[in-house]
Design a protein around this ligand. Structure first.
Ligand SMILES: *[C@@H]1O[C@H](CO)[C@@H](O)[C@H](O)[C@H]1NC(C)=O
Ligand SMILES: *[C@@H]1O[C@H](CO)[C@@H](O)[C@H](O)[C@H]1NC(C)=O
Ligand SMILES: *[C@@H]1O[C@H](CO)[C@@H](O)[C@H](O)[C@H]1NC(C)=O
Length: 380
């Protein structure tokens, strides 16, 4: 749609700034463990480096592995990683990020992740990050695609912060993004069950009520208008580039945990677009006050009693009043952490999660696949 291209153009300075912000956010993506473990040890297929995937892996991909001991898994990993059956080529570093070499922490086996372009003709999957292609189509591989190879488009930015490129419409075999309807969904975070080994939740010491850290300031954004109204009714502690305060990761996390509420206001509102803005406070023991997609869509990702949604209030003042009330009532405030008895937050590792989940996907799906109409799907 031309309008979104236009939008992209006007967004450009912000897009660029968000590159820098993303560098910072890189620190926010961390360890990610899957709740579904795939522990099938395939002893029947012992080929060394087959170019083509030829061991059907679909038959026994149950989710029963959940009960397995992590220690056992780690040992199995070491053995199996020595004989990879699937090569995933990271074509260019996404935003310059380093991607891990092993998928063992995801409990995904027999994967070879590589940046070595010489392996192009052997690679089962090629990971192509949108931003690098968007900047220059010349960054795409030039050699013909081997018949068994799948190209994976991946992107964690919302459509508003991604440039639509007509040439990409029918180019890929698979998609990977925060959207749950991607072939390989990689949300910014997810909840997995707590185990007896996990420390039980302890509320951090709070000395502030409402906080907001924001870099990307645009008076047209809904979040800015909302803030301007809300601050008339409640004190909001503000930080970030938009308020002239830069901070490192350590400062960022300690600010969030020292506040009772954190304004998790997304810069753009899209289905499934729940960024680190909600997962960080949840992880750090702070109640996120969210602005983004609908409450219902949030509840596709996190429990309904773990956050406060701005749309539940008819005015910013009404929300402010609710926060003032909760600030005084510990019983009701603490109830927002009930979910921590059952779940914990795991965030994705940018790039690494995509590569490892791609490997797992390729191991399980070996047939022909093509993804047509990327632009309509993503940019609508
Ligand atoms: C998984 O493997 C076990 C043991 O080989 C077998 O009994 C079971 O039927 C398999 N399950 C599926 C879904 O194929
Ligand atoms: C705090 O909330 C609880 C639970 O809703 C309620 O029973 C109690 O009366 C409230 N206390 C105050 C001081 O508002
Ligand atoms: C991948 O997609 C391309 C473009 O649609 C197609 O030509 C190719 O055959 C597909 N490859 C596989 C392995 O599905």
């Amino acid at each position: 749609m031309p309008s979104s291209v236009l939008q992209w153009k006007t967004m450009r300075p912000f897009g660029f700034r968000s590159l820098i912000v993303l560098g910072f956010l890189g620190g926010l993506f961390t360890y990610y463990k899957l709740d579904i473990k795939f522990l099938k040890s395939d002893t029947s297929a012992r080929q060394v480096h087959p170019t083509v995937l030829n061991t059907p892996g679909d038959s026994n991909c149950s989710t029963e592995g959940q009960h397995n001991q992590p220690q056992e898994a780690a040992v199995v990993d070491k053995v199996e990683d020595t004989e990879p059956d699937t090569i995933v080529l990271i074509w260019m570093r996404p935003f310059g990020y380093n991607i891990a070499e092993s998928c063992s922490k995801f409990n995904i086996k027999k994967c070879q992740l590589t940046e070595d372009k010489a392996l192009y003709n052997k690679a089962h999957g090629v990971l192509l990050h949108h931003r690098e292609i968007q900047e220059n189509l010349e960054n795409l591989p030039k050699e013909p695609r081997p018949w068994f190879q799948k190209w994976v488009w991946y992107n964690m930015e919302s459509p508003e912060n991604s440039g639509l490129i007509p040439e990409l419409d029918d180019l890929f075999n698979l998609t990977s993004s925060y959207r749950l309807d991607s072939n390989i969904p990689v949300p910014y975070g997810h909840l997995e069950p707590v185990t007896p080994e996990d420390e039980s939740f302890k509320m951090p010491v709070k000395d502030k009520s409402v906080c907001w850290i924001v870099s990307n300031w645009n008076t047209q954004y809904r979040r800015v208008k909302f803030y301007n109204e809300m601050k008339k009714h409640i004190k909001i502690h503000t930080y970030g580039n938009a308020f002239g305060s830069k901070m490192n990761y350590q400062e960022y996390t300690s600010i969030i945990s020292s506040c009772k509420f954190y304004l998790a206001f997304e810069n753009s509102l899209y289905h499934d677009y729940l960024s680190e803005k909600i997962y960080m406070p949840m992880k750090l023991g702070t109640v996120p006050v969210v602005m983004g997609p609908s409450r219902q869509n949030y509840e596709d990702h996190v429990p309904g009693d773990s956050f406060i949604h701005v749309d539940d209030f008819s005015t910013p003042k009404e929300l402010a009043d609710r926060l003032l009330y909760l600030d005084r009532n510990d019983t009701e405030y603490t109830a927002y952490f009930d979910w921590t008895n059952r779940f914990k937050v795991q965030r994705s590792s940018f790039g690494t999660t995509h590569a490892c989940e791609t490997c797992r996907y390729l191991q399980r799906n070996k047939g022909y696949q093509a993804f047509h109409g990327l632009n309509k799907w993503y940019w609508g």
